[in-house]
Design a protein. Structure first.
Ligand SMILES: Cc1cc2nc3c(=O)[nH]c(=O)nc-3n(C[C@H](O)[C@H](O)[C@H](O)COP(=O)(O)O)c2cc1C
Ligand code: SF4
Ligand code: SF4
Ligand code: SF4
Ligand code: FES
Lengths: 562, 452
């Protein structure tokens, strides 16, 4: 995790020990810093404090002062006399101050937790065997950690709606809702789409959408993530998989230059869901709904699964050799991609240098939502700047390439990912050039290519991207790629090796980074891939401050001052 | 009536039952209305506040907090507007005094409020009136119009520079709207979910996150009388720390239930029930009294209350000896709360009374925080089952345990309001609860007894 910014440290007494914590931090976080869990439901570090679940009750006292003189009152041994608040207080709304005493472990605190757990469970359905949340459910976890262990409840349980459609992607089971209001606060405060609320009173309170509204914004699935129980469920993931079968890997969302950190959950090589992973510099704990859908492209119909030459399937090595043959010709154009990883871009640049190719690159732009879907709809445009593929800010087309073909300056094209027709290359011009296509999915480029070299999706390889804030972040392999396929980096390495009659650069990322560290790219020269795997690296993007980046001010992002 | 029984001293309800008096401004002016407002406007706002502080008047809404002190907590440094809110949500079971004031003498409240607004520097004041008081809202609106026409409210009051608008806001129809921070939320147009304190103390972060004073109807009416007679003089009414009069709302099995205004400490519980209210119904004996609205702890007729008072004197009281003021019921382990005195005689089934109270609190919990939301309904279900033939011996202890898990762990004082009745009923009448178990048979459907 990223270390918090330096704050004033103060000393408090936590369960009898003097410890240092940042001034004003709430007691839940302060205790956690020193290894004491304060269980909580409604508190969420990125939302306002509601204080309604009462699970975080702790004992609190402050040094007493004389009313008249303001002088501290001392015990006989000279230590400050502590005025303990007679009732337990909620940790989430208690901000620490110097000399404060906290007890997060005491008989009273245990009793409080036991009581709250019992109350939360009396009207809770026994759905665990069929509940999506089981295995990652706070109610289950705290029931075993802090609960009484048996039930004293013999009355009938409340009955509430079991499958309310709140929106296109979220289904609500009201009986499981513990009324923590996290989802409501998220909708108001982060998504800025105030559509959820409670109706009715007391234990009959029921979460619902306001009349005529639905939870359909592009952040709706975050409510499912932060719901501490199985009340809000993803309609997509509902009843599909027990979470304890899932393998979790850290990844980066490729939807836009925001670079949301994600957790990709897969089972036996098949991705089941994508959820956000906390990064306070980037996405806090959120991501878009649309970004979660991207895993579906891994197994989509238009995925390219075999290398081919002139439409005929060929073994990979032979296809690479055919590509090398074409690339030895003159007048080569290279369409680089802001969807490529930084490592792929480094190799693309090397290949361009080797073949004296002219480099073209298209940007992909859309509406900026001011939160986590930025106007730059590619994960690594800044990578193309850093690796020197481009110097100017790109257009959202390849018209320059089209002109170059028309003029006869380009006769052979190596294309990374891009769809040439959709980028403004005329059919006529496309017919004039020989095309080597490296990419994951079929498009006009692959359909018209002489040689097609399939690549791996972002989930099937490791690498790194530079996000809109010039934060360099790595991601790991989540699932194996289709049988027999190699990553774009390996394919590019093999082509480079054959073209230069050298040994293959390598197949692993560490050795590509050795290339980087040999000083070719000054901004990256002191970074190793091993470091990057541990924590993201903030790059200094100021040399590009005169470029007109399309992103608008958004969550954790401010445009470079030009 | 017994000779020694003290006479009512009607200050607040002075004109309430005068057949020649109506709620129109003409009557109010006839009786010297708005003269005190003129007096107050001749003083500095701080001086008005000082008088209220000196008077020692305590809040009549339930908690009994000194009004002058509350006003002093106002955050004046923030520079934000200051609001005054009159809490007219009166919904504590057993309480019906504010309604009398508003229906019968609304101008008294308006005058009190304008004085209070002047003292605290509020330019906008609200009367948050219980939803069910349709007629009350109409009367108040009519009175405000009259007051505005006469320059006693609204723009340039009494020709001065000072303006304060007054708006009647109809409540949202729930008991919890009377809790001051819930009231504020409701006034802002939201669900009346009480706020967490800290940080949301109304005097600092109240209505629209601005400093706000919330006072009960009766409290604000007292302000008028305090300024009329001076704080010093007012403080001589009643007893030290229990100044002024109180309106006791008596309900239950007495001959003459109703509202009675007495100087604080002027009479005992016994005098009120047996003399003022004409005693119990014929042939009945006293079983229990709830002294301050349904959330106050119940007192048993044959209990002895002993201890030491604040002034150091020892006391040894029976129920009938408890002096009626703020401190008396408090010393007896309960509270005078909102002044709602509920009398229960020997025909009352204590468990059923408990079930009724529990039904109220389960129905009225806002549902925000876990202990109150779940605990109140659970207690309702237990007592409902007990009254429907399904009582078990262990239920008494279970009720106590549930109540204990609520008390002191909730966002607002509703938690205590819900827990205290159970804690006192079950502790003091444990035998009645145990006996239910032996009377029980399982052939009745626990869902049949519909309480509210
Ligand atoms: C659950 C609950 C309900 C309340 N209802 C009322 C009410 O109906 N009227 C009222 O004046 N105060 C009520 N109060 C007390 C208010 O919160 C507040 O203390 C009072 O209005 C302050 O006025 P005072 O200082 O003049 O008494 C209630 C408190 C609680 C906890
Ligand atoms: S929300 Fe948790 S405790 Fe409730 S049914 Fe689901 S898994 Fe079980
Ligand atoms: S649905 Fe989930 S997040 Fe929303 S209030 Fe209920 S428990 Fe909390
Ligand atoms: S104590 Fe009861 S009424 Fe008060 S906030 Fe909590 S749930 Fe609502
Ligand atoms: S976490 Fe819910 S009250 Fe503190």
């Amino acid at each position: 995790m990223i270390s918090p910014t330096k704050e004033e440290l103060i000393t408090i007494n936590l369960n009898g020990l003097e410890v240092e914590v940042p001034n004003g931090m709430n007691a839940v976080e302060a205790a956690a810093l020193h290894g004491h869990e304060v269980p909580h439901y409604c508190y969420h570090p990125k939302l306002s404090v509601a204080g309604n679940c009462r699970m975080c009750l702790v004992e609190m006292g402050t040094p007493m002062r004389d009313r008249a003189t303001g002088e501290p009152i001392l015990e006989e041994d000279g230590s400050p006399k502590i005025g303990w608040v007679p009732k337990p207080v909620i940790g989430c709304a208690t901000n620490v101050s110097s000399g404060m005493h906290l007890r997060t472990e005491s008989d009273l605190v245990s009793e409080c937790r036991e009581g709250i757990m019992e109350f939360l469970l009396v009207n809770h359905p026994l759905d665990c065997p069929i509940c999506d949340q089981a295995g990652e459910c706070r109610l289950q976890e705290f029931a075993t950690d802090y609960g009484r262990g048996y039930s004293r409840y013999v009355e009938r349980k409340n009955v509430k709606p079991k499958r309310t459609r709140l929106g296109p992607r979220v289904t609500l089971d009201d009986e499981r809702c513990i009324l923590c209001s996290r989802c409501i606060r998220f909708s108001q405060e982060v998504a800025k789409d105030d559509v959820l609320g409670f109706v009715d009173r007391g234990s009959f309170s029921t979460l619902t959408c306001f009349p005529g509204k639905e939870l359909s914004n592009n952040y709706s699935l975050n409510t499912v993530d932060i719901c501490p129980v199985g009340a809000l469920t993803s309609t997509d993931f509902r009843f599909k998989m027990r979470v304890w079968f899932l393998k979790e890997s850290k990844s980066i969302c490729v939807e836009s230059s925001a670079g949301c950190n994600t957790t990709v959950s897969s089972r036996e090589g098949v991705i089941q869901r994508i959820t956000p992973c906390r990064n306070d510099l980037v996405n806090d704990t959120w991501m878009t709904d649309s970004g979660r859908e991207i895993y579906k492209t891994v197994r989509s119909e238009d995925r390219i699964l075999r290398p081919s030459v002139k439409g005929e399937d060929q073994p990979l090595n032979e296809t690479i050799s055919s590509a090398v043959n074409i690339l030895q010709e003159n007048k080569i154009g290279l369409v680089a991609s802001c969807h490529s990883t930084l490592e792929e871009q480094i190799l693309t640049k090397k290949l361009a240098d080797l073949t004296k190719a002219e480099i073209f690159l298209r940007g992909h732009f859309g509406e900026d939502d001011g939160i986590l879907l930025s106007a730059d709809r590619s994960p690594n445009l800044r990578g193309a700047l850093v690796t020197g593929l481009i110097q100017e800010y790109p257009e959202d087309n390849l018209l320059a390439l089209n002109d170059a073909i028309t003029k006869g300056d380009v006769e052979v094209l190596l294309v990374m990912n891009e769809d040439l027709i959709k980028s403004g290359i005329s059919e006529e011009n496309l017919a004039k050039v020989k095309v080597v296509y490296i990419g994951t999915h079929s498009n006009s480029s692959s359909q018209n290519a002489d040689i097609v070299l399939p690549g791996l999706s972002v989930f099937e390889k490791g690498g790194s991207f530079i996000n809109r804030s010039f934060l360099l972040q790595s991601f790991e392999l989540c699932i194996p790629g289709p049988v027999g396929l190699k990553s774009q980096a390996e394919v590019l390495s093999a082509i480079i090796a054959q073209l230069s009659n050298e040994e293959c650069i390598s197949t692993n990322l560490d050795s590509i980074w050795e290339l980087v560290n040999s000083g070719q790219i000054d901004l990256l020269s002191s970074i190793t891939y091993a470091d990057l795997k541990v924590a993201p690296v903030q790059l200094d993007g100021s040399r590009w401050s005169q470029l007109n980046f399309v992103e608008k001010e958004a969550l954790n992002y401010r445009p470079l001052a030009s | 009536m017994n000779e020694q029984t003290p006479k009512e001293r009607r200050i607040i309800l002075k004109h309430a039952d005068d057949p020649t008096y109506s709620n129109r401004i003409s009557c109010y002016l006839r009786e010297g209305g708005y003269e005190v407002l003129k007096k107050a406007f001749g003083m500095k706002p701080e001086e008005v506040g000082e008088e209220v502080l000196k008077s020692g008047v305590r809040g009549r809404g339930g908690a009994g907090f000194p009004a002058g002190m509350k006003w002093k907590f106002l955050d004046r440094k923030s520079g934000k507007p200051i609001y005054l809110i009159c809490n007219a949500d009166e919904s504590e079971p057993g309480t019906f005094k504010d309604r009398q004031i508003m229906y019968k003498d609304p101008h008294q409240l308006i005058e009190g409020m304008m004085i209070a607004a002047y003292a605290i520097g509020a330019k906008q004041a609200f009367i948050y009136i219980r939803a069910e008081f349709h007629e009350g809202a109409r009367i108040l609106n009519q009175a405000i119009t009259e007051a505005k026409e006469n320059g006693y409210c609204g723009d340039n009051i009494l020709g001065s520079e000072y303006s304060c608008d007054l708006v009647v806001h109809r409540g949202a129809g729930a008991y919890i709207c009377g809790e001051e921070t819930g009231l504020i939320e409701s006034l802002e147009g939201k669900r009346p979910n009480p706020r967490i304190k800290p940080p949301y103390f109304p005097a600092v972060l109240g209505l629209y996150q601005c400093p706000t004073i919330v006072n009960n109807v009766e409290t604000l009416c007292n302000v008028r009388h305090i300024i009329e007679m001076g704080g010093e003089e007012f403080s001589k009414i009643g007893k030290p720390n229990n100044t002024g009069t109180r309106i006791w709302c008596v309900s239950g099995q007495v001959m003459k239930p109703g509202y009675y205004e007495f100087e604080c400490g002027a009479l005992t519980m016994g005098q009120l029930i047996f003399d003022v209210c004409g005693g119990l119904l014929p042939g009945r004996s006293l079983k229990a009294v709830i002294p301050g609205g349904s959330s106050a702890k119940v007192l048993r007729a044959d209990e002895r209350f002993t201890g030491t008072l604040k002034d150091g004197s020892e006391f040894d009281w029976g129920l009938e000896d408890i002096p009626l003021d703020f401190d008396g019921p408090m010393a007896a382990g309960s509270m005078s709360g909102s002044g709602g005195i509920i009398v229960m005689d020997d025909t009352v089934d204590i468990v059923e009374a408990m079930a009724n109270i529990n039904a109220f609190y389960a129905h009225e919990s806002c549902g925000q925080c876990t202990p109150c939301r779940e605990g109140s309904l659970w207690m309702r279900k237990i007592t409902q089952r007990m009254c429907s033939g399904g009582a078990r011996e262990e239920d008494a202890d279970l009720l106590l345990s549930v109540a204990k898990q609520i008390e002191g762990r909730t966002i607002c004082a509703f938690g205590e309001a819900a827990a205290w009745p159970t804690q006192s009923f079950v502790t003091k009448f444990k035998d009645d609860f145990i006996k239910k178990a032996s009377e029980s048979s399982d052939d009745r459907n626990p869902q049949t007894l519909q309480l509210i």
